[in-house]
Design a protein around this ligand. Structure first.
Ligand SMILES: *[C@@H]1O[C@H](CO)[C@@H](O)[C@H](O)[C@H]1NC(C)=O
Length: 390
């Protein structure tokens, strides 16, 4: 017993030593001159704190205390010497004038970083002015994505809230091994292109426990994405969860091994979709599972694979080159806000194949909804309401 106690104390001391050692490399943005008043430009102080952390040989923390910090477009570049934790207890705000972010396309950008964890934080991009510009049809800049990771590996984003992005809230591009958990992305229903999370050219992305209420897709998945898991997502309002649009380019990496499970859609324009352009392409989508989903008053809840047209005339001459196969829809229940709940509109030149429907129960005004199928092959089993057209 005594022996055990001694070794326990020794172990605890060792642990505390390790902790304090790690804590010694902590860089508080305030020490670098950041002002938590929401008005003073803190871009340079944040960059200085980052570069101190990035050149630290031991693991380090960039610490953002409570308060509101004004940041212009900012790039946190790697590679860095060791792992970095960014602990944000405050709110980061973009300049009120949307033109300040200009045509950079990003607001907060991490580039070529490895082993970076971002904990907490609220991002307020104050996108309303930019949306108004877009709606008025004036000459507007491209619009900034709130937080972007480009060419990064081993990333954790936990507990982040992003509100009112100009365009997408969170973008994962060219990354490996990314965990996004307990994230919220919130923008008004009618704000244009404010996707919650966009993932492309990435492998091993997991998104879990997140609430996405936006004016565009809750999650959108672009070309060259594999091994992605989404679970416990609350989506809506917004445009649902989409793979695509794919096939914009002739040469395009495919999307494969994508799973969405245990999620709820409420009042979204769509449930799950696969979208492709009506153009020639070598792109593909395969091995996708959509399962255990609840739809609450969703406009087009069911499986929908649509051919997105560039212009009506193009649609008549060309059909999409994207090949869609091995897609399973299992245990999808709830209510549809439109009669046609399940819609497959596959390309005549590349019919969808290996589509599996199992236990689908979608009602429209307390009656079975309908389904429609074009150019599709597959199987169905279990309870199917609407009746399967597969
Ligand atoms: C599919 O993706 C999951 C992550 O969602 C991964 O664990 C699994 O190994 C992948 N399967 C294949 C065959 O690569």
């Amino acid at each position: 017993m005594a022996n055990f106690a001694v070794s326990f104390v020794a172990l605890s001391l060792f642990y505390i030593f390790q902790q304090s050692n790690a804590a010694s490399a902590s860089f508080n943005v305030i020490t670098f001159g950041a002002k938590p008043d929401g008005k003073t430009d803190s871009t340079q102080p944040f960059l200085k704190a980052w570069s101190a952390a990035c050149s630290s040989a031991s693991p380090s923390t960039v610490y953002v205390p409570r308060g509101s910090y004004l940041l212009k477009a900012i790039v946190f570049s790697g590679p860095c010497k060791n792992k970095i934790t960014v602990q944000i207890d405050g709110t980061l705000v973009a300049p009120t004038d949307y033109r300040a972010l200009g045509n950079s396309g990003y607001w907060i950008l991490f580039i070529k970083v490895n082993r970076v964890s971002v904990f907490g934080g609220t991002l307020d991009a104050r996108g309303a002015g930019f949306w108004a510009c877009r709606k008025s049809g004036l000459n507007c800049p491209v619009g900034a994505r709130s937080m972007t990771f480009n060419w990064a590996n081993d990333i954790l984003i936990s507990g982040l809230t992003s509100i009112n992005s100009q365009s997408m809230h969170l973008v994962i591009n060219g990354c490996n091994n990314v965990l996004v958990r307990n994230v919220r992305a919130i923008a008004p229903d009618l704000s244009p292109n404010t996707d919650g999370i966009h993932v492309q050219v990435s492998t091993g992305v997991t998104i879990t426990g997140s609430t996405l209420q936006t004016g565009d897709d809750c999650i959108s998945i672009g070309p060259s994405t594999r091994n992605m898991l989404m679970s416990s997502i609350k989506c809506g309002p917004g445009h649902g969860i989409s793979i695509g649009s794919l096939g914009k380019d002739v040469n395009e990496g495919g999307v494969q091994n994508i799973t969405l499970t245990n999620s709820i859609f409420s009042g979204s324009d769509n449930g799950v979709r696969i979208k492709s352009w009506a153009r020639p392409s070598n792109g593909f989508v395969r091995n996708v599972v959509f399962q255990n989903l609840i739809m609450n008053n969703v406009r087009n809840p069911g499986p929908l694979s649509s051919t997105k047209t560039i212009a009506p005339i193009t649609r008549a001459v060309l059909s999409s080159g994207v090949k869609i196969s091995q897609v399973t829809f299992r245990n999808i229940k709830g209510t549809s806000a439109t009669p046609d709940a399940v819609k497959f509109d596959c390309s005549p030149s590349n019919p969808c194949s290996g589509i599996r429907l199992h236990d689908i129960k979608l009602t429209y005004m307390n009656k079975a909804a309908t389904s429609s199928c074009k150019n599709i092959g597959g199987t169905s089993s279990g309870v199917l309401m609407p009746q399967s057209c597969v």
